[in-house]
Design a protein around this ligand. Sequence first.
Ligand SMILES: [Ca+2]
Length: 289
Amino acid sequence: MGLNQGRQGVVPGRAYFFETAMKIILFIRVIITGGILLLACLSAGQTLQANMDEMVLIPTGRFIMGSGQEDGEAGPDYGVDEEPRHEVYLKAYYIDKYEVTIGEYKKFLVATGGKWFGDTNFQEEYLPEKLFNPPSWDNYPVNYMSWYDADTYCRWKGKRLPTEAEWEKAARGTDGRKWPWGNKFDRQKALVEESSEGWTAPVGSHPEDKSPYGLYDVAGNLSEWTSSFYLPYPGNKINDGRYSENAYVLKGGSFLYFGKMYGRPAARSFAYPAYNHRMFGIRCAKDVH
Ligand SMILES: [Ca+2]
């Protein structure tokens, strides 16, 4: 009995020791794995945030701007205000790879004490708080931007709004293609009226809506303000009275615009600078020094 008792006393002791050791090892492994996962998540988040502010260098050179008979029939296939197709020479510049996000715009509001007013025409239906507060919206493009909002934001970033020509070259490349991906329209490649469910999408989430220079969401998501007045191109004789030095050109289609017509980088739309809309967003440019 004494021997058995002794053995019984020894065996449970070893089991307890090994069990405890295994628990400690398991605990350490859980801590290490959790730490690695946490670091990975933080790293991914930082990378995403850093990328949101990334710019692309557009090199010096000529590109084909506007539209002409090569693009079909004026009216049904392209706007008469896009005529004629013409070559434009631009010096090198930088332009944002993505539309400015809500997350990036929040930093501006915090730093300047500014307010985001949202859609002043539909305040009850589209409260800014509805879009602004949830962190999950941070990678969506900031919208309801007036020209003044867009211009002020870009200046605060040490940047500026692109000219219409700079925007079109960055979106279209140099070869005169109709859409960023080529000459055939495909509603699934971009967030445009034909493919959207009535709202914006996180920037860069339509990888095929990518320009030859690597800009995302140029055919869709939001239309973007430029620093150019809405005026006829040299050689365009058609004037329906809409041209104005009080209105600015917006470029690119949107989730509420028909992509087949307005998703083309050559397409032109315009608005007066104080007007904001849920289709209007920002992409900034910068000089090369
Ligand atoms: Ca866009």
